[in-house]
Ligand binder design. Structure first.
Ligand code: 0WD
Length: 259
């Protein structure tokens, strides 16, 4: 589909985390930010992921490409130090990171281990709070923080299991951060995409069935793609959305309104 790409984000500096490959939702967001004129910095999880991320970073003309495992002490801080050195400021930060151990993700919540729950919560939720804490001092001209959530935060989606409570905590964190950062003109949103076939989604049991159901049940009878999520997120970063904050923004072909 041809998009109108007026450079409404010209001059904006955007950090995008969570690109694993060209199917990642984060890549859709980075591409949209770039098409709308922003400069982007991207991160990769480890050396294996780097081989997929490097060519994408090149296509994006990324100003910075940094390792980031949010569990590794000092790595998140190093990313923000590099941003300070490179740009001296930041306008957009996107958290598109989630993880739960397979045995905990694929079993019911009742059987979820304490270790698995805490790990999922740390990587998929608390790291967003840490990111916000580091991003805020650089957002001297105002800014927008984004976290990727899912409908399973608010309603029971079979097979989403432990990620349901984790995403619920993420959406609540978004609201509290929006409240705390609003006076600094920093806006905070959760983006809630419909199901998209990505590496992370492959870890969910019966994911193909979720895709089929989403396509048949959504009002527009279609699936969303990473470009849809990217442009919807980019819109929220533009001045057109300057008085919107704290919400969960569904990008799901209307699926969330169905019973
Ligand atoms: O249907 C979907 N795909 C949906 C995804 C629907 C609604 C929401 N989401 C969410 C996910 O829960 C996640 O928060 O979107 C976000 C991005 O997920 P994705 O684009 O679907 O999946 P993927 O391309 O796999 O990116 C997630 C990435 C990891 O990829 P891998 O595949 O290597 O696990 O999260 C990153 C990593 O790049 N990640 C980490 N980054 C830093 N530190 C860590 C970590 N410890 N763990 C995972």
């Amino acid at each position: 589909m041809e998009r109108i790409t007026t450079p409404v984000l010209q001059g904006q500096k955007a950090l995008v985390t969570g690109i694993a490959n060209e199917h990642s939702i984060a890549y859709g967001c980075a591409s949209a930010f770039r098409k709308l004129g922003a400069d982007v910095a991207v991160t990769y999880l480890n050396e294996r992921t780097k081989t997929y991320v490097d060519p994408l970073a090149k296509d994006l003309g990324a100003s910075l490409v940094m390792p980031l495992d949010v569990q590794k002490p000092g790595q998140l801080e190093a990313v923000f130090q590099a941003i300070r050195a490179q740009w001296g400021k930041l306008h957009i930060a996107l958290h598109s990171i989630a993880f739960a151990p397979k045995q905990d993700l694929q079993g019911g919540l009742l059987d979820c281990s304490e270790e698995g729950f805490l790990l999922a919560m740390d990587i998929s939720c608390h790291s967003f709070i840490r990111m916000a804490r580091l991003a805020a001092p650089l957002m001297t001209e105002g800014g927008a923080l984004f976290a990727m959530s899912y409908y399973g935060a608010n309603r029971v989606v079979p097979n989403y299991n432990v990620m349901g409570p984790v995403k619920a905590a993420l959406e609540a964190s978004v609201r509290y951060l929006a409240y705390e950062l609003g006076s600094k003109s920093i806006r905070v949103h959760a983006i809630s995409p419909g199901p998209i076939k990505t590496r992370a989604a492959g870890g969910l049991k019966d994911f193909d069935m979720m895709l089929n159901e989403a396509e048949t049940q959504s009002p527009v009878h279609d699936l969303v793609d990473i470009e849809d999520v990217g442009f919807a997120t980019a819109y929220l970063a533009t001045p057109f959305a300057r008085r919107l904050t704290g919400s969960t923004f569904y990008v799901d072909a209307g699926l969330n309104i169905m019973s």
